[in-house]
Design a protein around this ligand. Structure first.
Ligand code: ZN
Length: 332
């Protein structure tokens, strides 16, 4: 069941915590981000009731998802369409090398070229064979693993209003102890940047261990948001993303989490958006341009309240204001 966690090992120093000079800036950014994101709204929002969920949104746990096979299959298809070889070409994850794992990733266009030329051999090493990213069983194992670990694991899916069986977005996560958080981030690092030729899972594990030890906040349970995706066709502004996250954020609050963590690419649309609502990057995974960033939020209850009560119009106004504010903060 945990094959996706174990199938590839890690290369050395794949995890880089933010450096010491950055640490001070991180602390002040955190305070500023949390302060300006909520000061204006939190007082008013405290008195409000959550807005009703969109009819296209469904919140599930592992039991209800695994018993609804059409929806589970829809989720798998959506995952593969968003990220994998059935893809939207946004993330370019076409195939990976049998010898060097995902460190020899081949983008979707190149993979199709190699396939049509009858030569699905890794162009990086000319030795490994290529396997398409995210075969359905792999995605199913991944969802099963994530929804059976941590406290109150929660999966949210959004379906297409005109085609109810078609899943167009999802988000899942659970509340984790420090140990569980280390394992979950280890799975992401292994999957994304592992290189079987320089395998050292112990080193990766100790890097993540020391990273999580260096954050006192992780002594308490933390909501770990593992995956979030909205297909291009379903993107209708920040509120669509917020709809997906609301139940997951609330599950963290219900489980007693005070903070939240997720990972993303610095090229994603979500990265700047989440910075505007108080998330701050605290480490990176990977050594090259295609690295991932780990994001941290210091006040999950306030974030959850904010996201569940703010109207789409208010959200747009807030983001404009917040974006201006963050630009002016960068000036000397
Ligand atoms: Zn290769």
């Amino acid at each position: 069941m945990t094959s996706f966690v174990e199938k590839k090992a890690a290369s050395p120093s794949v995890v880089s915590p933010i450096s010491e000079p950055l640490k001070a800036r991180f602390q002040s950014q955190l305070i500023v981000a949390a302060e300006f994101a909520f000061a204006a709204y939190h007082r008013d929002l405290k008195r409000r009731e959550p807005l009703p969920p969109s009819p296209q949104i469904q919140t599930l746990d592992w039991t209800s998802l695994s018993q609804n096979q059409p929806l589970f299959q829809g989720l798998v298809d959506c995952y593969r369409q968003g990220y994998g070889a059935a893809g939207e070409h946004e993330w370019g994850e076409g195939a990976y090398c049998s010898q060097s794992g995902w460190s020899h990733l081949v983008d979707l266009d190149r993979y199709h070229q190699l396939l049509s030329a009858g030569k699905p051999v890794c162009p990086h090493c000319q030795q490994g064979t290529l396997s398409p990213c995210y075969p359905p069983e792999h995605v199913k194992d991944k969802v099963k693993y994530c929804l059976n670990h941590g406290s109150r694991p929660t999966c949210v899916v959004k379906t297409d209003p005109s085609l109810p069986g078609r899943v167009v977005g999802f988000c899942w996560g659970s509340t984790c102890t420090r140990q569980q958080l280390t394992q979950r981030l280890g799975a992401v690092a292994s999957e994304s940047f592992a290189n079987a030729t320089s395998s050292n899972p112990d080193q990766l594990s100790s890097q993540l261990q020391s990273l999580s030890q260096s954050f006192p906040a992780f002594r308490r349970p933390t909501l770990y948001i593992d995956e979030i995706l909205l297909l291009k066709s379903a993107r209708s502004g920040p509120s669509a993303i917020m709809d997906l996250t609301k139940p997951v954020l609330q599950s963290g609050v219900d489980a007693g989490a005070q903070t939240a963590v997720f990972w993303t690419s610095p090229d994603s649309n979500i990265y700047p958006l989440t910075k505007l609502i108080g998330f701050t990057p605290f480490a990176r995974i990977g050594q090259h341009d295609d690295h991932l960033v780990l994001m941290y939020h210091p006040n999950l209850p306030a974030l959850s309240k904010f996201v569940s009560t703010i109207t789409p119009k208010e959200m747009r106004q807030f983001l404009v204001k917040s974006s201006r504010r963050s630009h002016s903060l960068k000036k000397p």
